[in-house]
Write a protein that binds this ligand. Sequence first.
Ligand code: AMP
Length: 214
Amino acid sequence: MKIVFLGPPGAGKGTQAVRLCGEKGIAHLSTGDMLREAVRVGTEVGLKAKSYMDSGALVPDDVVIRIIEETLSRLGWEKSFLFDGFPRTVAQAEALGEMLKTRGAGLDHVVYLETSAGVAVERLSGRQTCRKCGANFHEKNMPPKRAGACDHCGGELYQRDDDRPESIRNRLQVYEAQTADLIRYYADKGLLRRVSGDLPAGDVYAEVQQVLGF
Ligand code: AMP
């Protein structure tokens, strides 16, 4: 099964994806996580991506398309995948469609986490991310057991540069300008499944499972 999670920054795509993939044995492909890792290690891709990411702009299509293609080739095209944060432009969606089609595969579901701007801002501005394993917490909605430390690996929690107010505003504008078109794009293909992203995480998860038929 091949699934895309679509929705603005702060919709809870990562939170839902980690849980679903953990329970169902699906490979979780987050381009944001892959890019942050490339920045951390200091690869050529990371050096190129960093300034875009810090300001909340999109990394150029060719860079992310190449990362996805390499990852799918490495893991095997026949596997079940959940794409989290990819595609983010129609050009990326078309490239993904083509790469799957040439391997005799295609997307099964695009889950759209419909989330209002107020809820998204509140989630992003209170988010705390583990430096080591990338797990996300929230100072109010999902606090770690021990302040400042990751529940899973004990790593240090920090606020992502792009979770600061100026970047958040920019990311939401970028989403409206460049990514929201994908709602229509996938609705026209009959793949869009809507869930209420404003609800608490457990309720969103129940809806996600329902639309996926799990
Ligand atoms: P995320 O963790 O999904 O919020 O992504 C963090 C940042 O990584 C985004 O604000 C972009 O700068 C970059 N990024 C992640 N995925 C993509 C993508 N599919 N296309 C372009 N840029 C991306």
